[in-house]
Design a protein around this ligand. Structure first.
Ligand SMILES: Cc1ncc(COP(=O)(O)O)c(C=O)c1O
Length: 470
């Protein structure tokens, strides 16, 4: 029988072999020395008190004190003025960690027009902390087990009420599946459809073609780009493909900013019914609608044909990784199962916190504040362009926090993007979001995470570039 005694104190794991000829004191000493040499114990780290270690190892405290004294004498440990014992800062033979290249400091920008990012400085941190604390305070112990893979019922009820109220989604709590943002909802939806043989996926062009193609590929599906015009996706062009599912952003097309016209919505639903097809609706930034009443979600028109995906990445912060899918009944079991296999369930504490935030009215309050904020930035951008580049037309302004600037036909989009960056202004051309890499020269200007001051100085800085005719 092994005479080993393995002990894992809260602080340090040492293994003693009581049947070995080597004295226990030497075993402890050797293991501690090796722990320092190999870097298992790093410079400055505290070692357990001699009393605690002795008690865990079932040895006398004197033996441990002797070990520590020996290792101090050898320079491995240090103990100052009776305070706790630590690993000496110059430890002999410690392995050098692999060298990492130093991250380069980001260039200082006058303005960054990156799109799709909400104001990260105005994320309601205090409200979130409050909501997490509330969630932890009131949740029963049973809520801390794995949750329902569809999500916590409280949140699903709160979300379905919210989506009915704000987005005219035809949502019952049973059809809501909480997921880790749009991205996970998309993956699960594509997986569910691929299992039913739906592997040709239409996507908007321009759009997030690269990301969507990569997501489709993970389930063996392929994307088919379909052009977007001033009314949104071209449904006739969609019908001419063999796709049986389309991913689209009807409320505020990404990235053109076009709102899907009413007649196109009806054509799209008719297409889905006729072809036994599905619509994956990416409702990413619809909470921020400025000049008209928010356009309802397409899901409301055809709940049996639409998987509506939502996210808090724009309304709160991308880092939270919270979103939802409203799923047709027919797909619900498969989607739930895919979610269970993906990660069992989304963090229950985070779900409860989101439910608390929405129910308390703090979420709406935050949205009201941000709507006013983004609206001011949008006006500032329009004004700055009107002042510095009056011939540049701006579109896509109805919602969200990005707009499209249309450059003169003969302008060189990429050249302007590159030269703007050299002047400290980060802008993005439309070409990178298209399937062919060409099209009329346009800039996608995000203003969610850009202050009004930066918007003004950014546009003033690149005014000459915008006014140039090659
Ligand atoms: C078009 C579009 N949809 C959805 C999202 C949000 O994705 P997620 O919820 O996974 O953060 C983004 C994020 O940038 C986006 O650009």
């Amino acid at each position: 029988m092994s005479a080993e005694r393995s002990t894992s104190g809260p602080e340090l794991l040492l293994t003693l072999d009581r049947s070995a000829a080597t004295p226990l004191r030497v075993q402890v000493e050797t293991q501690l020395r090796d722990a320092v040499r190999t870097g298992r114990l790093g410079a400055g780290e505290r070692v357990p008190s001699s009393r605690a270690l002795a008690s865990y190892l079932g040895l006398s405290r004197g033996v441990i004190q002797e070990c520590y004294a020996q290792l101090q004498a050898e320079g491995y440990l240090i103990s100052r003025g009776g305070s706790m014992t630590r690993v000496a800062s110059v430890s002999v033979g410690t392995q050098t960690p692999p060298t990492k290249s130093e991250p380069r400091p980001a260039p200082r920008l006058v303005a960054d027009f990156e799109s799709g990012v909400p104001d990260l400085g105005l994320v309601p941190r205090q409200d979130w902390v409050w909501a997490v604390r509330e969630a932890c305070r009131v949740a029963p112990n049973s809520a801390l087990h794995y949750g329902d893979p569809r999500g916590d019922l409280t949140l699903r009820e709160v979300l379905s009420a919210y989506l009915r109220r704000v987005r005219a989604v035809d949502a019952h709590a049973d059809q809501v599946v909480v997921c880790a943002g749009f991205q996970q909802g998309l993956g699960i939806a594509l997986q569910t459809l691929a299992r039913r043989g739906v592997t040709r996926v239409a996507c908007e062009d321009p759009g997030s073609i690269g990301l969507l193609t990569a997501a489709a590929a993970t389930v063996g599906s392929e994307t088919v780009p379909v052009p977007v015009d001033d009314l949104g996706i071209d449904v006739a062009a969609l019908a001419a493909t063999d796709a049986r599912v389309v991913i689209l952003t009807p409320a505020h097309q990404w990235p053109t900013g076009v709102v899907l016209a009413a007649e196109r919505r009806h054509q799209l639903v008719a297409w889905a019914r006729e072809h036994d097809a599905y619509i994956i609706e990416d409702d990413y930034d619809a909470e921020f609608r400025y000049d008209r009443e928010p356009v309802g979600s397409i899901q409301g028109l055809a709940p049996d044909r639409v998987i509506a995906l939502g996210t808090v990445s724009k309304s709160l912060a991308p880092a939270l990784r919270l979103g939802w899918a409203v799923v047709p009944n027919e797909l619900l079991d498969d989607v739930t199962n895919a979610k269970r296999i993906a990660d069992r369930c989304t963090s229950v504490i985070d779900q409860l916190a989101l439910a608390t935030l929405i129910e308390s009215g703090r979420f709406d309050r935050h949205l009201r504040r941000m709507r006013a904020e983004y609206s001011e930035r949008r006006d500032t951008l329009v004004e700055a362009l009107a002042t510095h580049a009056p011939h540049v037309r701006v579109t896509g302004l109805a919602a969200g926090f990005h707009a499209v600037a249309h450059l003169p036909d003969d302008a060189d989009e990429q050249d302007i993007v590159d030269r703007a960056l050299a002047l400290g202004v980060r802008i993005f051309g439309m070409a990178r979001y298209t399937s062919t890499g060409d099209g009329p020269p346009r800039l996608v200007l995000g203003f969610g995470n850009t202050s009004t001051r930066a918007i003004r100085s950014g546009i003033a800085t690149i005014a000459e570039l915008l006014n140039e005719t090659p």
